[in-house]
Design a protein around this ligand. Structure first.
Ligand SMILES: Cc1ncc(COP(=O)(O)O)c(C=O)c1O
Length: 414
C-alpha cells in the first residue's frame, strides 16, 4: 500500500471553517470572546437541546475542572469517577485537592457500573461520614452509559452528576443527547474528537445562571469593578474566537461526521461477526446510540496472533500527551499490567501496514499515579484493557481503509 497512515481519528476541515476564521481576522476579533464564540455556543445549545446553556472553553479538561469547581469540590472532598477512562476525567479532581474514588465498569457499555457505584457511595459514607461531592460517569469511545440507572443512584443520595461526554459528542441514550442528563456535561473538541476546534471544549450547563458563573470562573473570576478585583480564584479557560470559528464550521458537518463514524462501525461489526476470537463492541440494545467515536474490538486471550511471542521485545518510546516534539522514553518494555501479547502483536502487525491502533485506555485504578485512590473494582475494565484495541474510525477512514484493516487483522491470526 501507499505510505498514507490510517489514523484512529483526526480533524477533517470539511465545513466552512475558513469563512468564520477570515471574518474574525477581518474584524480583528482575535481574542477569547467575540461573534464566533457566541455563534458556536448557540450552535451547540441547539445541537444538545433540553434547554441547556453551553460555555465554550479552551479544553475538555478545563470543562471537567470548572464543573467540579462549580459543585463545590475542594480539599478533603471525595469525587467518584469512572475508573475506565482517559486521565482527564480524573486529574481535575486532584487539581482541586480532592480525592478521586474510582469505580469499575459493567460489561455491556464498558461505563460505570450503577450497582457498584451505589456500593461505593454507601461505603464512602460509612467510612468518611459524608457523601462524595460529585459523580463523573464517562461515555467511553462514545458509548452511552446506563445513565438512567446512574442518575437514579445519584438522585437517591443527592449527589450532582458531571457527565464526561468528551468522547460522546452526539451519542444518545433513549434519544436524548449524552451530556444533558446530569447537572453538567463535558465536551471536547481536541484535534482527535468527533468535531474539533484544534483544541477546545465546552461545558453544558443547566441554566443561564450556571452559565454565567462558569464564564466568570473561566475568565479569572474578575469582579465587576473598573479595576482588577478578585474575590475568588479563577482560571483562564475561555475559547478563542479563532478556535470557535473552526467550531462553527465543524458544526455544519457534525451530523455527517457522526454518520460516517457509524458507517465505519457497521462495516467492522459486519466483518468481525464471522471472525472467531474477535468481538466488536456494539450498542447493547436500542436504548443506546453510540457515535462510535472510536471503534473497538476485543481479542479472546486464546486467539493466536502471528509474532505474539516477540511482541514485547522492545522498549517503547511514547510521546507525552500526543505532543510529537516532546518524547518521554518508557522506563522499561513492561509495566505491571499491560495488554496481552496477542493484542500487542496485532497492534504491531497493523502498524507495519501504516495503520494506527491503540490498546483500550488503562483504567485509572491501575495507573501508578492513582495507586492510593480508593477503588471499587470488579475486574471488567482490567480485562478490557488486557484484551481490547481501538481501530481507525475517523472522517478520513475510507471503506477501502476499513477493508485493509479487516484483511490485515484476519491475515495475522494464526
Ligand atoms: C474521556 C475524556 N475526558 C476528557 C478529555 C479531555 O478533553 P481535552 O483533550 O479537550 O482536554 C478527553 C480527551 O482528551 C477524554 O477522552
Amino acid at each position: 500500500m501507499a505510505n498514507k497512515k490510517i489514523l484512529l481519528c483526526l480533524a477533517h476541515m470539511s465545513g466552512n471553517e475558513m469563512r468564520y476564521i477570515e471574518e474574525a481576522f477581518a474584524d480583528n476579533w482575535v481574542v477569547p470572546l467575540g461573534p464566533n464564540v457566541n455563534g458556536f455556543e448557540a450552535d451547540l445549545e441547539q445541537f444538545v437541546g433540553q434547554d441547556k446553556h453551553v460555555v465554550a472553553l479552551s479544553a475538555g479538561t478545563a470543562a471537567v475542572h470548572l464543573a467540579l469547581n462549580a459543585v463545590g469540590v475542594g480539599p478533603g472532598d471525595e469525587v467518584i469517577c469512572q475508573s475506565f477512562t482517559f486521565c482527564a476525567s480524573c486529574n481535575p479532581i486532584k487539581y482541586l485537592g480532592a480525592t478521586p474514588v474510582l469505580v469499575d465498569s459493567e460489561a455491556s457499555t464498558w461505563n460505570i457500573h450503577p450497582e457498584l457505584l451505589e456500593e461505593a457511595i454507601k461505603d464512602r459514607i460509612a467510612r468518611t461520614g459524608k457523601a462524595p461531592k460529585a459523580i463523573v460517569p464517562v461515555y467511553l469511545y462514545g458509548m452511552p452509559a446506563m445513565i438512567d440507572d446512574i442518575m437514579a443512584v445519584a438522585n437517591r443520595y443527592g449527589i450532582p452528576v458531571i457527565e464526561d461526554a468528551a468522547e460522546g459528542f452526539g451519542s444518545r441514550y433513549r434519544g436524548q443527547v449524552c451530556g444533558t442528563f446530569g447537572k453538567y456535561g463535558v465536551l471536547s473538541f481536541n484535534g482527535n474528537k468527533m468535531i474539533t476546534t484544534s483544541g477546545g471544549g465546552a461545558l453544558i450547563c443547566p441554566d443561564a445562571d450556571a452559565k454565567r458563573e462558569i464564564m466568570f470562573y473561566a475568565t479569572q473570576a474578575r469582579e465587576a469593578y473598573p479595576y482588577y478585583q478578585h474575590e475568588h480564584i479563577g482560571y483562564n479557560y475561555r475559547m478563542s474566537n479563532i478556535c470557535a470559528g473552526i467550531g462553527r464550521g465543524q458544526m455544519t458537518i457534525a451530523d455527517e461526521h457522526i454518520r460516517h463514524h457509524k458507517h465505519v462501525a457497521k462495516l467492522y461489526q459486519d466483518a468481525f461477526a464471522s471472525v472467531p476470537g474477535i468481538t466488536f463492541h456494539a450498542n447493547p440494545d436500542d436504548r443506546f446510540d453510540s457515535n462510535y467515536w472510536l471503534c473497538t474490538i476485543v481479542l479472546n486471550p486464546e486467539l493466536r496472533v502471528k509474532g505474539q511471542d516477540q511482541a514485547y521485545n522492545r522498549t517503547i518510546s511514547t510521546a507525552i500527551g500526543g505532543a510529537g516534539s516532546t518524547v518521554h522514553a518508557a522506563k522499561s518494555a513492561h509495566t505491571l499490567c499491560e495488554p496481552n501479547a496477542n493484542v500487542e502483536a496485532m497492534r504491531l502487525a497493523l502498524e507495519a501496514q501504516c495503520i494506527e491502533s491503540r490498546p483500550l485506555w488503562k483504567p485509572m485504578h491501575m495507573q501508578p499515579v492513582y495507586a492510593d485512590a480508593p477503588a471499587y473494582t470488579n475486574g471488567v475494565s482490567e480485562e478490557l484493557f488486557r484484551t481490547g484495541l481501538c481501530l481507525p474510525s475517523g472522517p478520513w477512514v475510507t471503506d477501502q481503509d476499513v477493508q485493509l484493516i479487516i484483511d490485515t487483522i484476519k491475515q495475522n491470526i494464526e
